[in-house]
Design a binder for this molecule. Structure first.
Ligand SMILES: N[C@@H](CCC(=O)N[C@@H](CS)C(=O)NCC(=O)O)C(=O)O
Length: 308
């Protein structure tokens, strides 16, 4: 069994990003398969309510959101190939934009195209997460052409950003290239026009191919109950302390709620503030199934609010 435990399901594009990230640095991991829609009984006790996929567990430390997970993989494995220090700002800014703007457009195209065929409860769940509460099937269908145009405009810009060989931000392939490859993998596999659509972007297709050729998949399977037991038997040594910020009044031990900034149906994550810097927020959480754990989220893209 590996110390890195990925809670995921195989169809998830964000989880695929992390599987590829682990694969690009030859890291081995344990796979806990979780359901595609709630309830997620072996995930929620660990995450203080965070329900998205994937989640990376390392003992009693629980890392949510792929931006944060990619960073954590570098820290936990001491391997900076995914996000080389000198390019870290550029890679994070770029992948943040891909995960938000570009992924959201791709998800709109794929969900709209599947609206009459996918299980209704799946469409309802995902539309609530990605489009907020005011969506209608006809509204989504009416916007489809405009959404495809936006998606192709962004992909064209990315495609033109490559200089013939190597990666987008670095000569060797990095996390930025993985993010691009996953968008292509998602569009190719889930939208029937995807393979033809992608032919317009030869550099993106090259990166998708090279990333999948250069990654190994080294994992074993672990039951959800066993992962909870590992958290229960572990102790987090993660940092404590709250960095001060102008105009901001947060302190260690404060009870906070954390949720995505966008309008979504995600539940809030609630706990005691343990650590906060420019990049990461960590909370102490306790549940009978896992004992004391620390849940880590990124600051960018999440609203942290006092519950006191
Ligand atoms: N910002 C999050 C987004 C993750 C996300 O939206 N994942 C999708 C799966 S690809 C999800 O959680 N879907 C709902 C679910 O699995 O319950 C991240 O980077 O990890």
């Amino acid at each position: 069994m590996s110390e890195l435990i990925l809670h995921h399901y195989w169809q998830s594009p964000f989880a695929h990003k992390i599987r590829l990230a682990l694969g690009l640095i030859d890291a081995s991991w344990s796979s806990v398969e979780i359901p595609r829609i709630p309830p997620k009984p072996f995930l929620i006790p660990l995450t203080a309510g965070y329900r998205r996929t994937p989640v990376l567990q390392h003992g009693a430390d629980v890392f949510c959101d792929t931006q944060n997970i990619a960073r954590a993989i570098g820290e936990l494995t001491d391997d900076c190939r995914l996000i080389p220090e000198s390019e870290s700002g550029r890679i994070h800014a770029f992948t943040d934009w891909i995960d938000g703007t570009v992924f959201n457009l791709a998800a709109r195209v794929i969900l709209t195209s599947a609206i009459d065929t996918a299980p209704p409860e799946f469409i309802r769940d995902r539309a609530g997460l990605y489009f907020g509460s005011n969506w209608t099937p006809d509204g989504l269908k009416g916007q489809l052409s405009g959404v495809i145009l936006q998606l192709s405009s962004h992909l064209k810009a990315i495609d033109q950003g490559f200089s013939g060989s190597g990666g987008f931000a670095t000569r060797a392939l990095s996390y930025a290239d993985i993010s691009i490859a996953v968008i292509a993998w998602f569009i190719r596999g889930r939208w029937e026009d995807g393979p033809v659509f992608l032919k317009q972007f030869p550099n993106i297709e090259r990166i998708e191919r090279e990333i999948h050729e250069q990654t190994t998949e080294c994992y074993d399977n672990l039951a959800g109950e066993a992962a909870l037991a590992i958290a229960h038997d572990s102790f987090s040594c993660s940092s404590k302390g709250v960095q001060s910020q102008i105009g901001c009044s947060m302190y260690e031990g404060m009870r906070v709620s954390i949720r995505p900034q966008a309008e979504t149906s995600d539940p809030s994550v609630i706990g005691q503030l343990r650590y906060l810097d420019d990049i990461r927020v960590s909370i102490d959480h306790n549940a009978p199934e896992v004992g004391d754990v620390v849940v880590h989220l990124p600051v960018a893209g999440y609203q942290i609010q006092s519950c006191e």
